[in-house]
Design a protein around this ligand. Structure first.
Ligand code: ASP
Length: 391
């Protein structure tokens, strides 16, 4: 395809995607620089992109790439920083638990050069699910291990059994439990009489300096308290995604999460599902997603974004086309706002073989991280399709 016809193809495909009706067209040639959107930074590797909370992961992965590590090891060791961080309650240690108060983690890794993936879902008591997923990729013939099997596999490989529930996550879980239904036997906040003074709610072994001794501190962001009215953002979510392109043009990607907080025990999200929360093709690029996993699973979001890039879209265009696809395919009434658009958010990240990268979220205000040559990684705004309410 020459440059002129390629440009017409791009204009046509962008218009079709915007209308939500992109159909299968003849495969475009390998994407070249002319396919990038004006705001898509563009260079060859090394490039590492990540969700906003993955900024340290970008720098660590870039460091390891410079030392000659395989891109899968680089991204997995990058997100390990986030998995180990007790203050990130969406991933690994300190992740918010399921409805029973148990932390269950999901992760998958994909390795472009071998087009192989490894994943674990619903794994308990293992802090670094991405490292276990990489073991599944490298040391088994399988793509996905779940629950007890994933745990036993990790233990057999020398991973340690650890308690992943931090006090912060436990308090958040109890707060949710108390307020989840007016009809249950847990008193909602507005059903409790105010005490006559300070209450001593520390357990005997807890004497953290600075703790104000309140049992249910409601110390999360405000929207966590909105358990009954949900006009926007159905669940508090968070996840880390990281994709890397080496100087030699190889690609790997990883997604790791504790999933939706208060999920039904056993629920598996999109993060360990290849093609949904993570996907890469060494000839095209990588994509990942964070946000409402069910929407990613039912739309095969990450594989679709890579496919959009193969058809000629830039990374940002591909992520925006995926937003349009989600809007078009969100049909359940409980998931719609009065104007017919989704009441949940999703974020998409894409990195192309030639080093172009971009990201988009359904709602405005999203940011992502990128290392594209020199550190520290930058924080960049995401493109978006819908204005965040009250923004
Ligand atoms: N995608 C994750 C899941 O559904 C959650 C998130 O990204 O916040 O498990």
């Amino acid at each position: 395809m020459d440059h002129t016809s390629r440009r017409s193809f791009l204009a046509a495909s962008a218009a079709l995607a915007a209308a939500g009706v992109l159909q299968a067209h003849a495969r475009a040639h390998q994407p070249q620089g002319d396919a990038k959107a004006p705001n898509d930074p563009h260079k060859r590797g090394p490039v590492v992109i990540a969700s906003l909370n993955g900024r340290p992961a970008c720098d660590r992965a870039a460091e390891l790439l410079a030392q000659g590590y395989d891109p899968a090891d680089a991204v997995v060791q990058g997100v390990r920083i986030v998995e180990d961080d007790p203050n990130d309650d969406s991933v690994g240690y300190g992740g918010l638990p399921n409805a029973d108060g148990v932390v269950e983690l999901d992760s998958c890794v994909m390795h472009g050069p071998t087009h192989k993936s490894g994943a674990v879902a619903g794994i308990r008591n293992i802090k670094n699910p991405a490292m276990v997923a990489l073991r599944v990729l490298r040391e088994t013939d399988h793509c996905l291990l779940v629950g007890e099997g994933a745990y036993l596999f990790a233990i057999s490989k020398g991973f340690r059994h650890e308690d992943l529930l931090t006090d912060h996550a436990r308090r958040e879980w109890l707060n949710w439990k108390h307020n989840m239904s007016r009809d249950d036997d847990w008193l909602n906040d507005d059903e409790r009489d105010a005490p006559s003074g300070k209450t001593w709610d520390l357990l005997p072994w807890q004497s953290a300096p600075g703790d104000d001794n309140t049992p249910r501190t409601n110390d999360g962001p405000d929207f966590r308290k909105k358990t009954s009215a949900r006009p926007y953002i159905m669940e508090v979510t968070g996840t880390v995604h990281c994709s890397a392109l080496t100087a030699g043009g190889d690609i790997a990607s990883v997604t790791s999460t504790s999933g939706l907080n208060w999920k039904i025990p056993g629920r598996v999200g999109d993060s360990p599902i290849i093609g949904a929360g993570n996907y890469c093709d060494n000839d095209i690029g990588a994509a990942g997603s964070t946000g409402r996993g069910e929407a990613n699973i039912t739309t095969c979001a990450s594989a679709r974004i890579v496919d959009f890039m193969e058809r000629g879209m830039s990374p940002t265009e591909a992520c925006l086309a995926m937003c349009d696809y989600i809007v078009k395919h969100t049909k359940e009434k409980r998931l719609l706002r009065p104007d017919g658009t989704p009441n949940f958010d999703l974020k998409f990240y894409a990195l192309r073989k030639d080093g172009a990268y971009g990201a988009a979220s359904l709602f405005s205000g999203g940011q992502f991280s990128a290392f594209d040559g020199s550190g520290p990684a930058k924080v960049l705004p995401m493109a978006f399709r819908l204005q965040r309410p009250n923004a």
